[in-house]
Structure formats: C-alpha cells, structure tokens
Design a protein around this ligand. Structure first.
Ligand code: CA
Ligand code: CA
Ligand code: CA
Ligand code: CA
Length: 991
C-alpha cells in the first residue's frame, strides 16, 4: 500500500459509504404530530420486498421508458447474484407496476460475469474484485436509460505488485435492458489515494435534464472527492468489455485541489439545476466534510467544471451536504436548492444538545442570488431528519412543487418517517401536510424507512406524481401514490337574512297554523386535476349551531322538523355550482325567548365514499388547505317598531387621548370612540377603524370601567389594515357607549404633519345602515431634549510650571504653554431626531491684545461642521504632531456615557488661594473666538462631539503674575432646550 501513514488505507477510516451509523438509543417520541394525510394514499400501498440482508431499497427510482409503461427500480447492494464466485456483488431489481403476484421483482442482468483476469508472469490473476462491491448503492433512470453503480468496486491497478483500489464502477442499460455498458471513470493510471484510486465513483448519481450523467466520487485525491460528467451516448459508443482502461473523450471532471481540501468528500451528493439565468444546467455537489467540517454545497459550471458558488453549513459535523435536491418550490420559474444536514444539533452549546437534523431551503431570487435559507428542523433526536430530500413534483396539483424529507431513524422503534412539505409562493409550508410512518421494525439495523426517497414521476398515470420510499434495513420498498385533490367551493345562501317573526308565510304539512320561514340554498362546485366527471359530496347542514346540545333550536327544516339534515350532492362537471333548496322555519315565538342572538347555519361537506369505484385507483381527497365548513347567519327582526322596518340611526365620534404624537417616541395612543344608535336596531353592527400605515393596533382598553371591552379583531384586506369591533347584533335602539382602542405609532419619520384614522359603523340593515364617517386627524410633533456636556483636560493648571519658561515668540506649539483640551458633547436625549441645529462656543481667546487660550486644532465627531471667527492659530505656530488621546478622552469620544466627572478623581485637587479671588474671564469682559458648528441630523440617543485642542498662552498669565484656576468642569453645561423643526441656537460660554 503506497498510502502515507497519515492518510491511512481506505479500510482504516469510517467509510463514507456506509449509512451513517445507527443509534439504538433513540430518546423516545418527542413529537406527536397531528397526523394528517394529504395527499398520498396510505391504504393502496404497493410494497416490494427483497432478499433478507440484501439492503433491498438502498436506492430506488422510477423507470418510465414510455408513456404507457412504468416500473420501479430497486438497488440491493448486498444482494447475491448469479455472477460466478462473486459474494454479495449487489444487484438492481426491476419491479413491475402494478405488482404481479409474489414474483414481483427480478434482478436486472447488468453484469453476469466473474472478475476479469489478466496474465501476470504466466499466471492469471483477477484485475478486478466484484465481491462486496455495493452494486446498486445508486440507481438512476432517465428516459429509459438506467444507470447503477458499485462504489466499492475494487481493481488491481497496473502496478507490478497487486493492489486493490476502490475506484468504483457503473453500468448503463439502454433500449429496454437489451444493451449494457460499463463506465468506470476512475479506473485509470492515476491510482492510489493521492490520485483517483479511492474515488468510489458512483457513490452519488444523477442526470442533467439533457440526459448526461453526473457521477460523484467522494474518495478521489485523498478524499477531496470529485464529480465527473459524461454523456450516455459516449459511454455506450466507447464501451469494450475487454478494454478495461478506456478514456472517454467527452468526459469532464473536477480537478485535484490543494491539500487543505483533503477529507472533504466532494461528490457525496449530486444534483443538477439552473442557477445562472441561461438554459444550461449547473451541477450541484455536496461537500459534507469541507469547510473545516462545516460542510458546504457547490454550484459547479457544467461546461468547464469550475466552482461558481457555495452554500456553507452552520455547524461543524452536521453533515451539511449529505444530500442535496433541486426543485422550484415557489413556482417562480427559478430552481431552488435544498440541502440536508442530518446530524445537525439543536442547542449545540447547551448542556443537552439534541441531534435532530435540519434541512435548508435556498430560494433563488435571480441568477446566483439566493434568499437566506428557510430552515426545516427535525424534531426527533437521532431521527436523522434530512438524510434524504426529494423533489416530488407538484404532488397536490396546486401549482407549487412539493418536497419529501426522510427521517429514517425517527419514530417508534426507529422505524423511520417521511415528511411531506407543500410548496407555496414563499417557500415551503413549515408544517408537513403528511407524515408517512414506517411500519416495519427491524432487528440488526434500523429499517431505514425514508433513507431513500424518489418522487416526481406518475406511476399510475392519474396526473399526480407519486413517491417511492426505501427501507433497506428490512429490504422493503413502498410506492405511495398521490390521491387526486378535489377542491370544493361551497356556499350557503339565506333569503331573507333578517326574519320577521310576524311574517308567517309558510305552512307546515298537516298543520293549519302558518310559520315564519326563510329559504336556504346550499351550493357547491368542484375543481381539481383529473378528477371524475361526477363527484359525490355528502353535505350536512346544521341549524342554529350556536345553541348547545339540549337547548331549543329555534329553526327547523320544513321537511323533517329536524335541526340538521344530511343529503347527497352530486356535482357534474367542474366550475359550475350545483344547488339544493330548503325551507327553514322558526318555531312559534312562545317556544323560545332568545330573539337577539343570531341563528348560525353551517354546512360541512365530505366526499361521498360510496361513489368511488373500487379498483386499483387511489381515491380522491378533499383539499386539505380548504375549510370544509361554511357558515352563515340569519337574524330575528326585533326592535324595529310597529312597521317592522328597522331603520337605525348610528352616530359615531372619536377623539385621541393625547393631542399629538411625537416623532421618535414610543407613542402609545388610545382612540376613545363613542358609538350610539339613536334609531332602531342595527343588525351585525360593526365598527371599522382603518389604521394609518404609521400605526399598529395593540388592543382594546380593558382597565377603564367607562370604556367597554368589546370584541375587536385586527384584519387585513389587501394592503388595508383595520380593526373591526362587534357592536352588537342587533345593536339595539338607544345604545350609547364608548370604547378605547390602543395603538402605537412607531413609523413617523417620513410623515409630514398628521396621521389619519378613518372610522365608521356599518350594519346589515337595508335602510340607513351606516353611521357618519369620522376621519380623525392627529398631529405630529417633533420634540427633542438636548443637553450639552463638557470636559476639560486638565481641569486646572497651576503656574508657573517648574523648569519651564514660555518662549518669547513661540515657534512651536510646545513653547506656548500647557495643553488645555476641551470636549463638548451635544447629546440628543430624544425622542425626536433633531437637525439644522447650531452649536456655538464662545472661546476666551484674548484680552487686551494678549492671548489667553490659543487654539491649535478643532476636531469633530458625528454630524458637525465647524468654523471659527477669527481663524485659529493666527500666529501660524507649528502645531505639535497629533498625539493619541488619553484613554479617558478616547472613551469619552467613543462613548459619551462614561461619566466625565471621573476626571476629578484622576487629578489631584489643588486648594484654591482664597486670599486673592481669581478674576473670572468670560465673553462679556474679554474677546472671544466664536466656534460655530452646524449640527446635521442627530437621532434620539445620538451625540455630536467637538474637541478643541488649545494651549494656555502662559506668557500672558506669567506677565501679570496672574493665577488662573479655570475649573472648567464648572462651566455652564446641561442647557436644556426643545428643538422643533426650526433651527435652534445653542450658546455656550466659558466662565
Ligand atoms: Ca446555467
Ligand atoms: Ca423557485
Ligand atoms: Ca404542490
Ligand atoms: Ca400518480
């Protein structure tokens, strides 16, 4: 073995081929899903079985060579074959559909031969080793062509000393299994681990849509791995049984990479999709141990095999890229990428991480631009959610492709599960519409139901694609067929809706007393892909459903005197509704008291199973995403005066609880609304409040006794957002109450002067149904509290300074005097943003033609633009090189919240000389230099900082023998002001 010790021979590491090892200690059922079943049929399953221990079901595919024929291909990589002297060479089975009795599946004779031999030094020895080669570990069919591979196929290599390199090999079958060819792309002179000797070609397998083959070889180049593509026609044309080292002209492959890419397993999974905005598909390949074991998936240019773009995993050793699938789940015409990371751990950094697995969906927004992934997380520890991800096609024919995800070790006894996720315009529904449960327990290895999935082919020609699930641990394969989806549009029409008890126009059979009544029409239409011409529904109508069991139902069917009725509804053809009419009457007024609460009438419907034909076909199913109950309400006319004409007079007024809202504030705002009915009863009276885009609805006020806590609902109608409150049904005459609706107004930045709430009460009465319209305008104000803070460094200076004399005519900054730095911070406490503010600082510059504090440099932070009058440094003295700020100063500059009074503790306080009170210099008695700074937009909580570097003109003070104590921390700071939309002038002066 030529492998260097570090790399080790193939057998000394966990082979990537073996199914990720099995955990017998699952932590039990952590998940009890509401088990729906949409829309795969779980009754008319086709189950194929293979020899025990053969791993039958490790790979599966549909084989649909022509429109009228369909079958299932099943790989059984540990099956024994008729090949002489080969042990567990592996096989691919052809399983006809529909299944034919007991002899269901038969081996496809891809290769009947023993190991080929060569003559070495006069003796014949095998040049290849087909025992335990895992033929059938991958199987793929495309338009009648079938490819299956044996990734652990070894060959001897051409070296003088025999070696066994697991190069892997594949076989192609065409023309209804009449012609076969072998394709072993890594069986070449580039042997050994550093070459392609450990390639394991065919570990993963797929087709481009043009029929070209994609072969993954994750072991090449010290397990860097590679992907190889070739055309089937070339493989066939080039094939020769004897010529074992043929090189394919049109073959393409990814190249060897630097050693840092070793052990990353490129080609562990492969798929094809269109991601560059043209029509030529790209290759997608999983690299689950790449990127320091975070795993990634590459999009690879199919023309030159260069790497275009990567998706990278988020957790080490999560095996991101273990599987990859391409589908367009949001039906925008652009392929999306799904990536499984079956070892992903939840709560990775907590004490009890849970290995649940995860699948990532990357929606393509435009060429090579993807949205942040939607994550579908597994729920069962060690369930290996995401071991398989399959594009299903549009399983329910709603226009969006659907996805199946396998969790092969989940569920009871690790029997495995498959979760179906329906696509929608935003991606995938986060809740599965169906969870298929593995039913086979297994002893030695988990049954692995869901380890292998294949969809997107219609095996029974019912226009709905079907799903194959492999369970290699028990040697079983199940074909789940999709049920046709029937979408029912149902309607209840009541006439009239408001019933006058005195208007007795119906006669009950065998009775002379007339009764009040109304007509009830039940209508339904059906729609669906390839559904029967006549669909039988069973409809059940319930009257007065709000009255609980035992309570008097106020309405009954005229026909049967019951409050409910079950009847068949046969619907012929699609789209046009079929209706059935009923008469419903009210009991005599003396039999019930409640005339106020509405009479709720509902119809629910189901498919009439008795109309289904018995046979092979799967039964249709109602659309899971439609409610199969429709409800309407009728009302008893009350409170309408002598004439029984109900004319309400609805009055509405509203006011806000504060006169204005403030930009930048949290702005809790309550509308206090008064609703009155000064006329007769108003039916289904509702208050509508349209919410301006700046505001959000919070809820109804409940703590204030004067305000009624009505039931209100937030609704959205297209882009219009509103609150709808139930004011009573009827809202009786004389009603007068107030309610409070709470809002926040967080989005005021772009609004000018005011925001508007529009309000109205509406009822279902015929006459005068609505109230006055109220448009409530609330003014917007900007209010900001601004403070100025400052610090001087040092806080005081004592002259003379030991061993230092000022220069007579200083040429350099250091010759002027001690450094005095001031920092002013303009801090906008908020809440509103301020702008167009002016910060002015009067700086004690000179007195009697002598300089006092001589400025060398002005520095700003934040939105400040400053100028001075007169100019600074009029003597043109050479400034010192700018030095680093002291830690305190830089902290102050960076973060204004560091209390600058700290400086007092840092500096020894000198006892002021009481006997000679210092003269205070300020802009009233000396010449000041004006620093004027225009302050730009300053949000609430933000600061602008002005930093002035000056020197005390020491000569001035020494000449007059003057002792200055500029205790600068005492200058007037903290001026407060309110800034509005007009400029505000701050003035700051030194004392
Ligand atoms: Ca492309
Ligand atoms: Ca898409
Ligand atoms: Ca769908
Ligand atoms: Ca089907």
């Amino acid at each position: 073995m030529s492998a260097r010790p570090r790399r080790g021979p193939r057998g000394s590491r966990a082979p990537p081929l073996a199914p990720l090892c099995c955990f017998s200690a699952a932590l039990g059922m952590l998940w009890s899903p509401a088990s729906q079943a949409f829309n795969l049929d779980v009754d008319k399953l086709t189950v194929y079985s293979g020899p025990e221990g053969s791993y039958f079901g490790y790979a599966v595919d549909f084989h649909i060579p022509a429109a009228r024929t369909a079958s299932v291909l099943v790989g059984a990589p540990k099956a024994n074959t008729s090949q002489p002297d080969i042990v567990e060479g592996g096989a691919v089975y052809y399983c006809p559909w529909p299944a034919e009795g007991s002899a269901q599946c038969r081996q496809i004779p891809f290769d009947n031969t023993n190991n080929r031999k060569i003559r070495v030094n006069g003796t014949k020895e095998p040049i290849e080793f087909k025992s335990n080669q895992w033929f059938g570990a991958t199987v793929r069919a495309h338009n009648g062509k079938v490819v299956a591979c044996a990734p652990l196929y070894h060959w001897r290599t051409l070296k003088p000393t025999p070696e066994k390199d697991p190069v892997g090999t594949c076989y192609v079958a065409i023309q209804n299994f009449s012609a076969y060819a072998e394709y072993s792309p890594c069986r070449n002179s580039n042997a050994d681990p550093e070459g392609q000797g450990y390639c394991q070609a065919g570990f993963s397998l797929d087709f481009y849509k043009n029929g070209d083959l994609i072969v993954g070889g994750p072991g090449s180049f010290y397990w860097q791995g590679q992907v190889i593509t070739a055309s089937i026609a070339d493989i066939i044309a080039n094939y020769s049984f004897k010529d074992i080292l043929r090189k394919l002209a049109g073959e393409k492959q990814t190249d060897v990479a630097p050693a840092s890419y070793d052990d990353s397993y490129l080609g562990y999974s492969v798929a094809a999709g269109e991601f560059t905005g043209d029509s030529q598909q790209e290759l997608v390949a999983g690299v689950p141990r790449g990127a320091q074991n975070f795993g990634y998936v590459s999009i690879i240019n199919s023309t030159d095999m260069t790497f275009i773009q990567n998706f990278t995993g988020e957790q080490m050793a999560s095996y991101f890229g273990y599987t990859v699938a391409v589908s367009d789940v949001n039906n925008d015409g652009m392929d999306d990428v799904l990536i499984g990371a079956p070892l992903f751990m939840e709560r990775e950094f907590e004490s009890s991480p849970r290995e649940v697995g995860q699948v990532y969906l990357y929606l393509q927004e435009s060429a090579l631009v993807f949205r942040d992934p939607q994550v579908l997380a597994g729920t069962e520890v060690f369930g290996r959610f995401g071991s398989a991800v399959a594009h299903l096609g549009d399983l329910n024919q709603d226009g969006y492709n659907d996805i199946a995800i396998g969790a092969p070790f989940a569920g009871k006894d690790q029997r495995g599960k498959v979760l179906i996720y329906n696509g929608n315009k935003n991606g995938l529904n986060t809740k599965p519409s169906q969870i298929l449960q593995g039913v086979w327990a297994s002893q030695a290895v988990p049954s692995g139901f869901g380890f292998t999935l294949r969809g997107d082919s219609d095996i029974d020609k019912n226009d709905y694609p079907d799903l194959i699930v492999g369970a290699f641990g028990t040697g079983k394969v199940a074909v789940y067929r999709a049920r046709p989806v029937v979408t029912v549009g149902a309607q209840l029409i009541l006439q009239p809706v408001i019933i006058n008890l005195e208007n007795k126009t119906c006669l009950i059979p065998e009775s002379v007393a007339p009764v009040a009544c109304f007509s009830l029409k039940v209508c339904a239409s059906v729609a669906g892909q390839n559904i029967a011409n006549t669909i039988g529904l069973t409809a059940e109508v319930q009257l007065d459903t709000l009255k609980q069991k035992g309570a008097i139902k106020r309405t009954l069917f005229l026909d049967n005197h019951q409050s409910h009725l079950v009847f068949p509804l046969m619907i012929k053809g699609q789209k046009s509704p079929q209706c059935q009419d009923f008469i419903v009457y009210l009991r005599d007024e003396t039999e019930f008291r409640d005339k106020l609460s509405p009479i709720n009438i509902s119809v629910n419907y189901s498919l009439d199973e008795s109309t289904f034909q018995e046979g092979l076909e799967v039964k249709p199913i109602l659309n899971y995403y439609r409610d199969n109950v429709v409800t309407e309400q009728a009302h008893i006319l009350v409170d309408c005066g002598e004439d029984n004409m109900c004319i309400p007079d609805l009055k509405l007024s509203a006011r806000p609880d504060k006169p204005q809202v403030i930009i930048g504030d949290e702005n809790h705002l309550m509308l206090i609304i008064n609703a009155r009915n000064e006329g007769e009863g108003a039916y289904e009276a509702e208050l509508f409040v349209l919410i301006p885009e700046e505001a959000d609805y919070v809820g109804i006020e409940r703590s204030n006794k004067a305000l009624r806590p009505l039931s209100c609902e937030y609704k959205m109608d297209n882009v219009t957002r509103m609150v709808v409150c139930d004011l009573g049904n009827p809202m009786v005459a004389g009603t007068n109450f107030s309610l409070g609706l709470r809002f926040t107004v967080p989005r005021l930045e772009k609004t000018n002067m005011s925001i508007n709430f529009d309000l109205q009460i509406r009822s279902s009465n015929k006459d005068n149904p609505d109230s006055n319209f109220v448009s409530l305008q609330i003014n917007i104000t900007a209010v900001a509290q601004v403070e100025i803070r400052g610090v001087s460094h040092p806080p005081q200076i004592v002259l003379p300074i030991q061993n230092w004399e000022p220069e007579e005519e200083p040429r350099k900054e250091e010759g002027v005097g001690p450094l005095v730095e001031h920092i002013y911070e303009l801090h906008n406490i908020g809440p509103s943003t301020i702008s167009d503010t002016l910060l002015e600082v009067g700086w004690p510059f000179s007195a009697r033609d002598e300089f006092l504090l001589y400025i060398f440099h002005i520095q700003t932070l934040g939105p400040l633009r400053c100028q001075t009058n007169p100019d600074i440094n009029p003597q043109d003295i050479k400034p010192a090189a700018p030095w680093e700020d002291t830690p305190e100063l830089s902290a102050f500059l960076r973060n204004s919240t560091i209390p600058h009074l700290v400086r007092r503790r840092d500096v020894p306080q000198l006892e002021p000389h009481r006997q000679s009170p210092a003269k205070i210099l300020n802009c009233t008695n000396i010449e000041c230099l004006q620093i004027s700074c225009a302050v730009g937009r300053l949000g609430g909580g933000e600061s602008a900082v002005l930093k002035v570097r000056s020197r005390l003109w020491a000569k001035t003070f020494l000449q007059v023998n003057f002792k200055l104590q500029p205790n600068v921390t005492e200058y007037r700071v903290g001026q407060r002001c309110r800034a509005a939309h007009h400029p505000t002038v701050f003035s700051l002066q030194m004392q």
